[in-house]
Design a protein around this ligand. Structure first.
Ligand SMILES: O=C(O)CCC(=O)C(=O)O
Ligand SMILES: [Fe+2]
Length: 212
């Protein structure tokens, strides 16, 4: 019998599949790499629903404004940043952070600490080209591990400064993508807007302390 991923999701408990032996690495130019583990989170639609709900049951999503020259612009996505030691909104996210810290311990040399969360409500929400290079990521190799829930959206990667073709990963429904090596310094990434009708997506970015 053939079962689609999303159908399987409906009967699955929220949980994590193994990482060992299931993560596929792609080496990029300039000392960067990307690991992908499709469908890492089981029951991901259920987890999406829990997190997407506002109020006491879910995440207190926040809209943000930022200054662009002389204008205040609204960031095109909802956000919530969990600092180191702040309790994450679902136990499975604590487990995910631990599993990532264990899996990458030797290579990363420190645990994943913070969890940034983004909610892309529809195709108009996006994040522009950038590297996560505030703080320690400005000068050092590090890792940013992204768990994607809900409707798949494309995450693009291109060498810093643009030019050339970009790499495209379509991420949703429990997929894991980890950017490592020099990726935050030598490459940029973005989640572009789309005119396709798409449902909402949540991304959770785990980072070591001091990386943003
Ligand atoms: O939504 C994503 O997968 C990427 C988010 C991102 O790049 C960031 O918040 O720094
Ligand atoms: Fe980023």
């Amino acid at each position: 019998m053939m079962l689609q991923g999303s159908l399987l999701d409906q009967v699955e408990e929220v949980g994590l599949r193994p990482l060992t032996g299931a993560v596929r690495r792609t080496l990029l130019d300039h000392g960067a790499w990307v690991d992908v583990r499709p469908g890492w989170v089981t029951g991901s639609d259920e987890l999406f629903t829990r997190l997407a709900l506002g109020g006491p049951a879910g995440v207190d999503w926040r809209g943000e404004q930022r200054q662009m020259y002389d204008k205040q612009v609204t960031t095109p996505r909802l956000l919530r940043f969990y600092r180191e030691r702040e309790r994450l909104p679902d136990p499975i996210l604590e487990q995910a952070r631990l599993a990532l810290s264990e899996h990458y311990a030797a290579e990363l040399g420190e645990p994943f600490a913070t969890a940034g969360m983004c909610l892309y409500r529809d195709g108009r929400d996006s994040v522009a080209w950038h590297g996560d290079r505030f703080g320690r990521a400005a000068g050092h190799d590090t890792m940013v591990a992204i768990v994607s829930l809900g409707a798949p959206r494309a995450l693009l990667l291109r060498p810093r400064g643009g030019g050339g073709e970009s790499l495209r990963h379509v991420l949703g429904h429990g997929d894991l993508l980890v950017m490592g090596g020099s990726c935050q310094r030598t490459w940029d990434h973005c989640v572009p807007k789309t005119h396709q009708p798409v449902g909402p997506r949540i991304s959770i970015q785990f980072r070591p302390r001091g990386v943003r």
